[in-house]
Design a protein around this ligand. Structure first.
Ligand SMILES: C[S@@+](CC[C@H](N)C(=O)[O-])C[C@H]1O[C@@H](n2cnc3c(N)ncnc32)[C@H](O)[C@@H]1O
Length: 258
């Protein structure tokens, strides 16, 4: 298999889906897709993509493989405590209602966690949560709101009691939480963003992008936030020069739009 084989594959996938795999760190993405392609029995990317042209299911399966969907409620619990106790009260000093967004929300644990926390501070009519992801299949799962034991292990006891119903070994999240959440398919790299957000959460997706892509995305997030609005990032995703994007580090992993 030549190097060009993968590059041509990237171009064809972009033409077919609008998804640009060259924005993702190459070594990691190529390794993932190569092992999957081999498992499916294709000797190179050329024959693999050719087969996809007549087979939508094969294409979707490949896209699903491309995205890594691991998530959990209250991921890095202590950060959510900072959001609850420090950041939200701060935002409420300058906004009566909060416009929030969970970008790359995967199977929904993140926007549901956010909604549970917001409900401690505000009435349902005083906030909105947009939840977006590239992967349509995972968004359908997010809308359903059923989770296994592993996803809920960090949920505080009182929240578990208030917002989850357990049947056998499956936890269903309280369907009323969905009223405040709009789930929508979106590509962070190519789609335009709304503006005026008080809070944007984008965690554990930046790590997959190239430096150039990260840079462009931070710019887009900065424009989407209102002055004083906050960007909440993942626990391995510190921004090294926040001022480049008009951000000021507020708490670890929280950046304020100046
Ligand atoms: C590891 S999950 C992170 C989930 C959640 N934010 C968390 O921290 O637990 C990464 C998600 O990013 C999504 N993703 C990858 N590329 C994307 C893109 N270009 N636009 C939007 N979402 C993307 C994947 O589909 C996947 O659901």
């Amino acid at each position: 298999m030549s190097h060009n084989d993968y590059e041509r594959f990237i171009l064809t996938i972009k033409q077919m889906t609008g998804i640009d795999l060259s924005s993702y760190k190459e070594a990691q993405m190529k390794r993932r897709l190569t092992s999957f392609r081999e498992k499916k029995g294709y000797a190179d990317f050329e024959s693999y993509v050719k087969a996809m042209k007549g087979n939508q299911a094969l294409l979707e399966e490949c896209l699903e493989r491309m995205t890594i969907n691991v998530s959990e409620f209250y991921r890095n619990r202590s950060r959510w405590d900072v959001l609850d106790q420090t950041i939200i009260p701060l935002l409420l000093k300058t906004s009566q209602s909060l416009k929030t967004w969970s970008a790359a929300c995967s199977s929904g644990e993140e926007p549901y966690t956010l909604t549970m926390i917001l409900q401690k501070h505000l009435k349902a009519s005083q906030f909105s949560v947009l939840a977006t992801d590239l992967d349509r299949v995972i968004l359908e799962r997010a809308k359903l709101g059923f989770y296994g034991e592993r996803s809920i292990k960090e949920v505080p006891e009182d929240m578990l009691h208030t917002y989850f119903t357990k049947k056998e070994s499956i936890y269903e999240v309280d369907p009323t939480l969905k009223k405040n959440i709009t789930f929508k398919q979106q590509n962070l790299l190519t789609d335009s963003f709304e503006t005026g957000y008080d809070l944007i959460i984008c965690r554990n997706v930046m790590i997959y992008f190239t430096e150039e892509t990260k840079h462009a995305l931070y710019q887009k997030f900065s424009k989407a936030l209102r002055p004083g609005g906050m960007l909440f990032v993942g626990s391995t995703e510190q921004i090294f020069n926040p001022d480049t994007y008009g951000f000021k580090s507020k708490e670890t992993f929280f950046y304020e739009k100046v």
